[in-house]
Design a protein around this ligand. Structure first.
Ligand SMILES: Nc1ncnc2c1ncn2[C@@H]1O[C@H](COP(=O)(O)OP(=O)(O)OP(=O)(O)O)[C@@H](O)[C@H]1O
Ligand SMILES: [Mg+2]
Length: 610
């Protein structure tokens, strides 16, 4: 090689290596120094590499941000489409932990490590090429070690990934504890259980810590193993290299250069080992994320999901006014997926004619809300069918079905948005304030909203907690009515209202929903007795059916429920008289014997003044 070629070769080496890692030029410089041909051009040659290094960092940071957003979007998009049964089993805290912690670990470690990995891989390959150029014999000796390093890394990697996955599970469980406590802070406070919650959180975090300790031990073992191995290899190279120098097969300068390159390669392998650890951690964290992303909902929602397999009834197939609201339950047996062995509905059959108001009544836990859940297609029955206008609800497109059926649930949840946005929930930005006000008027909510300082732009607070129970219910009713549903489902929808408000709301509903089917679930006699037909459900079976007067004549379960409620009402009136005698307040303060042994004071606030 001519001096000029040699010079160029030197510059190329300096540029390439320092672009990847500025330290890697050291062996070249020393070799150069030994050969007394050190060049001052080195300083100039560092500018380009620094620019390249900056660009590399920029690309990876951007890739990291984009990857993070994509994974989170995909995960949230998939989770929100899952069937309700999925949410019965998987806790919210667990899901939010996957969305935040797991995706962060995944994307950050992957992209950061990919950066280090690419750098070290290119550097490693380059170093190996130069090592071969210096001495192929010593290079082969070095490369023999590779399969062993790979084998150790594989065992370590699998174990570490497993631990990483367990750490993420433990963190998700801890997150769930925190989420549960914070979202029910009022209950925590009312039972003064702050210390209990702190202990629960500490214990669950400690579980994660214990796995962290294991991870640290395994990591230390891996590092010791690879370091010892590297040391052994350097000794072997020195021994064999010395022999080569003595036999004049290799120059002294080249041996020093080779050993420095080998040390550099060792550093590369160390860094790749670290990267490997990081990647295994990311793999562990990504397990649940990908499990949720790839999960197919058991009860499918969208037309796209079911297009290939089943016929779907959507807006195009059925014009809105063609839905009459005929509801049929045919021999429905159902168990919740979280408790598959307990049938909560057993061979239930009933019909709601278009325009009919039907009340479902019965003891608590009898299965009334479960009927509503099936009609909403939250779950699918084990046997039997739920039909709307003679077609199974599962054949309707989810969006279409829910514009036709509106539900006011037993525990309505509002969103941390304005009252207007809450009422127009799910209708997009097209909804006008006039339609919102009209719906609020029907739900007897307009008046109290107008009395608020910010009226329709008043914030409802998280889960609507800045509003009273009755106000929340009326907004939930308005939210259901604004959609002008064909079928209205009211599950204890007016339970928190006083009789007067309830009466106003009911009148408005009946007046505006003429010709539409309504299913009311209520415990209050005053709500139930006005229904066209009453269906009594007990222990998952329909046990009685008929109008209020028919059922009273039957003298069955309904009659006994009514009788008990009437007796209760008499008791309440008595108590109220006592309380008014005592302090003249309109709140029922009742002093009663509870059982035989306790005598306690109860403060009962109730709207059920029948
Ligand atoms: N998500 C669920 N997962 C498992 N079991 C459930 C679930 N929801 C309700 N159950 C069970 O199903 C049964 C029927 O509950 P459902 O909510 O239908 O009763 P209900 O008649 O509406 O009672 P209430 O009058 O108290 O509201 C109960 O035994 C209940 O424990
Ligand atoms: Mg219920």
């Amino acid at each position: 090689m001519s001096h000029k070629d040699d010079q160029r070769w030197f510059h190329i080496r300096v540029s390439v290596f320092s672009a990847i890692d500025s330290n890697s030029i050291l062996p070249t410089i020393i070799n150069r120094f030994i050969r007394s041909k050190f060049s001052a051009l080195l300083v100039d040659e560092k500018i380009l590499p620094e620019i390249v290094s900056g660009c590399r960092g920029w690309c990876f940071s951007l890739a990291m941000a984009r990857l993070g957003i994509r994974v989170r979007n995909r995960l949230f998009g998939s989770v929100i489409e899952q069937e309700i049964g999925f949410f019965d089993k998987v806790k919210t805290g667990d899901i939010t932990s996957r969305l935040t912690s797991d995706t962060t670990v995944m994307t950050d470690t992957v992209t950061l490590n990919m950066n280090i990995f690419t750098r070290n891989l290119i550097l490693g390959v380059g170093i190996i090429v130069f090592m071969f150029k210096l001495s192929w014999r010593l290079s082969l000796l070095t490369l023999i070690a590779f399969p062993i390093v790979l084998g150790v890394s594989k065992v370590y990697g699998e174990y570490y990934r497993d631990l990483a996955s367990k750490v993420q599970d433990a963190l998700a469980a801890a997150n769930n504890v925190a989420e549960e406590a914070l979202s029910a802070i009022r209950t925590v406070r009312s039972f003064a259980n702050e210390d209990g919650e702190k202990d629960r959180y500490r214990t669950s975090l400690h579980k994660a810590y214990k796995i962290n300790v294991k991870q640290a031990n395994v990591y230390a073992g891996y590092v010791w193993c690879t370091q010892l191995f590297e040391l052994g290899l350097t000794v072997a190279v020195l021994y064999y290299g010395g022999h080569l120098v003595l036999t004049k097969t290799l120059s002294g300068g080249n041996l020093v250069s080779f050993i420095l390159y080998q040390m550099q390669l060792g550093n590369c392998i160390d860094e790749i080992g670290e990267v490997f650890t990081g990647l295994m951690q990311a793999a562990g964290a990504s397990e649940k994320v990908f499990e949720y992303i790839d999960r197919e909902p058991v009860v499918k929602n969208t037309v796209k999901d079911r297009m290939d397999t089943e016929s779907v009834i959507g807006q195009s197939e059925v014009e809105s006014d063609k839905i009459s609201g005929l509801i049929e339950f045919k021999n429905v047996t159902f168990a919740y997926p979280s408790r598959p062995d307990t049938n909560v509905l057993k061979n239930v059959s009933f019909t709601v004619q278009p325009g009919e108001v039907v009340a479902l009544v019965g003891p608590s836990g009898g299965g009334k809300s479960s009927c509503i859940n099936l009609l909403e297609h939250y779950y699918e029955p084990i046997t039997g069918q739920i039909l709307l206008d003679k077609k199974p609800v599962k054949e309707y497109d989810h969006k279409f079905l829910h514009t036709k059926i509106s539900l006011v649930g037993q525990e309505p949840v509002l969103y941390a948005r304005s009252i207007k946005d809450n009422i127009g929930y799910g209708l997009g930005s097209d909804v006008t304030i006039e339609t919102v006000q009209q719906a609020a008027g029907m739900a007897n909510a307009h008046e109290f909203i107008m009395e608020m300082e910010k009226q329709y732009v008043t914030e409802a607070g998280e889960k609507g907690q800045q509003l009273s129970g009755g106000q929340k219910q009326r907004i939930a009713i308005a939210r259901a009515l604004i959609r002008k549903p064909v079928v209205l489902l009211l599950d204890e929808a007016t339970s928190a209202l006083d009789s007067e408000s309830e009466h106003v709301v009911q009148q408005a509903i009946y007046k505006n929903l003429k010709g539409r089917s309504v299913i009311i679930i209520a415990h209050r006699l005053s709500t139930v007795e006005k229904a066209d037909r009453i269906i009594v459900i007990d222990k998952g079976c329909v046990i009685e059916e008929g109008s209020h007067s028919e059922l009273l004549r039957n003298n069955g379960k309904y009659a006994s429920l009514v009788q008990r409620q009437l007796l209760q009402t008499e008791d309440e009136v008595e108590d109220r008289v006592i309380s008014l005698d005592n302090d003249g307040l309109g709140v029922g303060i009742a002093k009663r014997d509870i059982g035989l042994h306790f005598r306690s004071t109860c403060l009962i606030t109730s709207s059920s003044w029948h």
